[in-house]
Design a protein around this ligand. Structure first.
Ligand code: N01
Length: 865
């Protein structure tokens, strides 16, 4: 093998695997590769192991995950050998730990320090990567692994005049190895993220004067550092393997108990108690988990945020400074919260001053200090704690050219696209450890690192065993994962913040949510399923041939998946096995557990005259002054279940979104009243509403007929009956996942017939109760079989994982073919019930918004009387 020199160390010309980075990731990766018998070499720009803990040596640098958990779990013996001195260890102690790991497994012999990989080019002919080092060497490898960390590329301070300053300059992310002495000096710290918040109290202890330049105040809670938590130590001692396994399958990589207390509904004393407990615990996952809905519900989030602000106001003596330190521009948690030791207290010291850059922005850095719009400051030293080009920065800082000559930077111009955060299409055999769209920075990094490395190592071993040597994700699989990752973020409050999670801290960086927020447990399950399904979504090639089991690993909306998991865990009996009375009681009990939906202006109950007696209805009126458009609404429940209030959350939501009076009608139900009783009542109700529009507060001529499921069928039928009867005039129809036909043989019946709440068996049960065989094909039961020309404009919503999807699609297509204006909304990743589960299935909200907008587009001008 050709070798070239690199000082005393030798850089091999060829290895099986090249690894970039010698921090937590690189060290464990090397360990696994060596164990599997691959030849491997790691490269790191640093002078020794440690990664982020090599560079971030600023005073006060510590981990913010308890050390009991911020440790490797792969070797029980290693855990026995090492004892942490503190709950949150200092940087020197963590660095010593990583040095110990390097020594213990003799890893340094396969690491070249002081070397940067500057470029990597994929050579398709040899199916190898060619890497170029900062020393000019070339290394050829089959697999190229970026274990380069998520927060390893410091952001250059983007402040005017920064190069002009003549005093001492420090960057927290590149701190000198020799001790920096601030005694007697006038010091500035720019930036109040985790790094700033950790170093400010310690710099204040030495400096003669400390001025903190804050652009955005950050949420921080006291770390309450001290000895490692005795309860955790005891749990580890009692059952180390169980504890580590629980961490692997937890939400954030630490086994913590999740709460079911909602901030919105909890009484005040419970809220306080939970918050105080989390404040005292001094742990990120405690304060991030005060309420189960604080990450998704702004009201719940604000409760936690305000309780933290109260603490800040109580700690900081000067009210103006306290107010300036109170974060108000982002929901709590959506920027990484900090753990501190005496951070807010530091601002009570007479020689420490806060400069609020929102009020007095920096104009320029000068030779002697910093000028704001109001003042000139002189300093002996400036510390920039201004953060990192996170997650993608370290990956694209290497000039990586993949198959077809495309660079990674170009491919990710509009944001990163990965499959599982592990690989990216067009860059075969390139693995990323904790890459974008993996849990990484939202989790205990060590647990996520070990999971990625184990998956990668297993994958390489499998390729070798199967005589394959090329792996690349397919475009379909990658697009699916990017979509899923975005879906997970979109149901949370995180995309609202200008955070580094969103790439918002680096000018010009695309604004996309970078990590995967679905949870370490959900993520691990997805990776495992991919592996178990023949490395689904990867194209594999090699001497053994080529193969690909293409597909998308997660197509269902993440919150819908949670609902389905929950229902499965309850082991409920199928509705179609119950008698009608029990089924109705069950449906009512289930509806009672749902959030009630948003508040509307008024809700009233009354009756209207039907063909067989009074028909009860519930009216939802918007808070705005009327008159309003009217919506006649028919609830779901397969003609058998439900009532005028069973779809209350959806009716409230519809009322607010459309600004219409919604009147939900309790038509007669089967089996007591079979076909066509429900349709007759529905039509009578619509006739009555049209005749009484003004009295109901409606705008004459603006009547929409709407319904969900079997109620959608009634809405469609009503429109046909009204057309045939020459009135009343119906302005539009809204058919939400409607029943339109009695043919149960369509593909969606078999594909989605089980496991998505509404089952094929249940639909059969509904039909059997409602209509005999002879009646089912009647257009008054199967509107798809009616004449469709001349019907009102329609909004048809179908859900991807609904047995009724195809008949809904068929109806939308048939309406369009008959010349009826149609807006067909396909609810991607949704099930039959998800859009009516207002506030429980948050991902349904954009679909309902689109639905309301579509209805609005069909709204005629008010009729002048
Ligand atoms: O960086 P940051 P960090 N003018 O981006 C400000 C991890 N970490 O190094 O918010 C003025 O959070 C910027 O202001 P704004 C942890 O995950 C962990 O502190 O952009 N100010 C912000 O206040 C953390 O989240 C630990 O308005 C400017 C600050 O600089 C991540 O690393 C310790 C500015 C940057 O904060 C990054 O933390 C340290 C400008 N031009 C870090 N540009 C542990 O405890 C930026 N700022 C384990």
């Amino acid at each position: 093998m050709a070798m070239s020199g690199n000082g005393s160390a030798v850089v091999p010309a060829e290895v099986d695997v090249a690894v970039v980075g010698a921090g937590f990731s690189g060290l464990y990766m090397l360990y696994r590769l060596r164990e599997l018998g691959f030849s491997a070499m790691a490269f790191d720009e640093a002078g020794d192991v440690g990664g982020t803990w090599y560079w971030n040596r600023y005073p006060g640098a510590r981990c913010d995950i308890p050390t009991t958990d911020y440790s490797y779990g792969f070797d029980p013996q290693l855990e026995k050998d090492w004892t942490w001195s503190e709950k949150y260890a200092t940087q020197p102690e963590i660095l010593a730990y990583l040095q110990h790991v390097a020594d213990r497994y003799d890893l340094r012999r396969d690491i070249r320090f002081g070397i940067r990989i500057t470029a990597a080019v994929w050579d398709e002919a040899s199916r190898r990567w060619r890497l170029r080092t900062s020393h000019g060497d070339e290394v050829s490898c089959r697999y190229y692994i970026m274990a380069s960390g998520c927060l390893s590329l410091p952001k250059t301070p983007d402040i005017e005049g920064v190069d002009r300053y003549r005093g001492e300059v420090y960057l927290t992310g590149r701190w000198p190895h020799d001790r920096v002495d601030f005694s007697g000096k006038r010091v500035a710290v720019v930036g109040t993220g985790s790094s700033g918040i950790q170093c400010i109290p310690l710099i204040a202890r030495e400096a003669a004067r400390l001025t903190v330049f804050q652009r955005t105040p950050n949420f921080s809670v006291p770390a309450h550092n001290g000895a490692p938590p005795p309860d955790r130590l005891a749990r580890l001692a009692a059952d180390r393997d169980g504890y580590r396994e629980a961490a692997r399958w937890s939400r954030g990589g630490i086994p913590v108990e999740l709460t079911d207390v909602s901030g919105v509904t909890a009484p005040e004393d419970v809220r306080r108690q939970r918050f105080e407990g989390a404040w005292q615990a001094g742990e990120l996952f405690a304060i991030l988990g005060v309420f189960n809905d604080q990450g998704v519900n702004p009201v719940s989030n604000e409760l936690v945020a305000e309780m933290i602000r109260e603490k800040i106001r109580a700690i900081v003596s000067d009210p103006d400074t306290a107010e300036a330190l109170c974060p108000k521009d982002h929901p709590f948690g959506t920027k990484r919260p900090c753990l501190d030791t005496s951070y807010f207290e530091t601002f009570n010291l007479p020689h420490v001053r806060l400069v609020d850059l929102r009020r007095t922005p920096i104009v320029t850095v000068t030779e002697a200090g910093i000028n704001t719009v109001e003042e000139s400051f002189e300093f002996d030293a400036i510390v920039f704690a201004t953060g990192f080009d996170a997650m993608t920065g370290p990956l694209v800082s290497v000039a990586v050219t993949g198959a077809g000559g495309v660079t990674l930077e170009d491919k990710w111009e509009h944001g990163p696209a990965t499959y599982l955060g592990l690989m990216t299409t067009g860059f075969p055999n390139l693995f990323m450890i904790t890459g974008p769209q993996s849990p990484s920075v939202l989790s205990n990094m060590v647990v996520s690192i070990e999971q990625h490395i184990d998956w990668t190592a297993d994958c390489l071993q499998r390729l070798r065993a199967e005589n394959l040597d090329r792996i690349e994700p397919t475009p379909l699989a990658e697009a699916g994962w990017v979509q899923h990752s975005r879906d997970c973020a979109d149901i949370t409050l995180y995309p609202r913040a200008n955070s580094w999670y969103m790439g918002a801290n680096v000018p010009g960086k695309p604004r996309v949510f970078l990590p995967y927020i679905g949870g370490v447990d959900a993520y691990r399950r997805a990776c495992q399923e991919v592996a178990e399904n023949g490395l689904m979504g990867f194209r594999l090639d090699g001497p053994a041939g080529a193969r690909c089991h293409d597909g998308v690993i997660r197509r269902i909306q993440p919150d819908v998946a949670i609902v389905l998991d929950l229902m499965a865990s309850l082991g409920l009996p199928p509705v179609e096995t119950m008698n009608v009375a029990d089924a109705r009681a069950f449906a009512e009990a289930t509806a009672a557990t749902m959030p009630p939906g948003p508040a509307v202006g008024e809700i009233t109950d009354a009756v209207l005259p039907g063909p067989a007696g009074d028909v009860a209805y519930r009216l939802y009126r918007p808070p705005s002054a009327g008159p309003h458009p009217l919506i006649a609404y028919f609830h779901g429940g397969g003609w058998v279940l439900g009532s005028q209030h069973s779809d209350e959350p959806f009716c409230r939501d519809l009322c607010l979104r459309t600004g219409a009076v919604v009147i939900s009608v309790n038509y007669r139900h089967a089996p007591e009243d079979r076909f066509p009783a429900a349709a007759d009542d529905a039509f009578a109700a619509v006739q009555w509403m049209a005749a009484n529009a003004a009295g109901l507060g409606g705008i004459p001529g603006q009547l929409t007929v709407a319904g969900w499921s079997a109620g959608g069928s009634l809405a469609a039928i009503t429109c046909q009956l009204a057309r045939d009867a020459g009135g009343p005039d119906i302005a539009s129809q809204l058919l939400l996942t409607p029943v339109t036909d009695c043919d149960l043989g369509r593909a969606s019946y078999s594909g989605n017939g089980e496991g998505f709440v509404l089952t094929a068996a249940l639909m059969r049960w509904f039909w059997d109760h409602y209509a005999g065989e002879a009646d089912r094909a009647n257009p008054k039961a199967s509107p798809l079989r009616g004449t469709l020309a001349g019907l009102p404009p329609a909004v048809v919503v179908t859900a991807e994982f609904d047995p009724l999807r195809d008949e809904g699609e068929a109806y939308a297509e048939a309406l369009a073919a008959a010349g009826v204006p149609v807006r067909h909304i396909r609810a991607r990743g949704h099930i039959h019930t998800s859009l009516t589960m207002v506030d429980a299935v948050i991902s349904g909200a954009p679909v309902r918004a689109e639905m309301a907008e579509a209805l609005g587009s069909f709204r005629p001008a008010p009729v002048q009387i």
